[in-house]
Design a protein. Structure first.
Length: 107
C-alpha cells in the first residue's frame, strides 16, 4: 500500500528532514551495489547514475525545507509521486518505518 503524501505533510520540518536524511542514506547503500567488489571501479554506471539523481533530488528538497522556500510542499508532492513512491513500492514497509522513526524522534 502506498504511503500517502499527507503522512509527509503531517510531519514538522525537523521530522521531514530526518525522514529525507534516512531516505538519502538508504539510497547511498543501494548505490554501493553499482561498484565492483573489492575495487574502486564502477560495475553498473546507469544504476549509480539513478541513485545519484535520486539523492540529488532528495537533498534538493531538504535545501528547500531548510530555506523555507515558497512552493516547497508542491515540490515535495511532485517528488513524492514521481520519485519516493516508486522507491517505496520496491521496499514494502520501509517508508512506513521511516515515517514512524521520524515521528518518534521528534517527541
Amino acid at each position: 500500500m502506498a504511503v500517502a503524501f499527507s503522512s509527509f505533510l503531517d510531519l514538522n520540518a525537523t521530522a521531514r528532514l530526518r525522514l529525507l536524511t534516512d531516505l538519502a542514506f538508504d539510497a547511498t547503500i543501494d548505490g554501493r551495489g553499482a561498484y565492483m567488489p573489492m575495487s574502486d571501479e564502477i560495475e553498473n554506471g546507469p544504476a549509480l547514475r539513478r541513485v545519484n539523481e535520486f539523492v540529488h533530488r532528495i537533498v534538493s528538497l531538504m535545501q528547500h525545507i531548510l530555506a523555507n522556500a515558497p512552493n516547497t510542499d508542491a515540490y515535495a508532492e511532485s517528488l513524492w509521486i514521481h520519485l519516493i513512491l516508486p522507491w517505496a513500492e520496491t521496499r514494502p514497509g520501509r517508508m512506513e518505518a521511516m515515517i514512524e522513526k521520524a515521528v518518534a524522534s521528534d517527541l
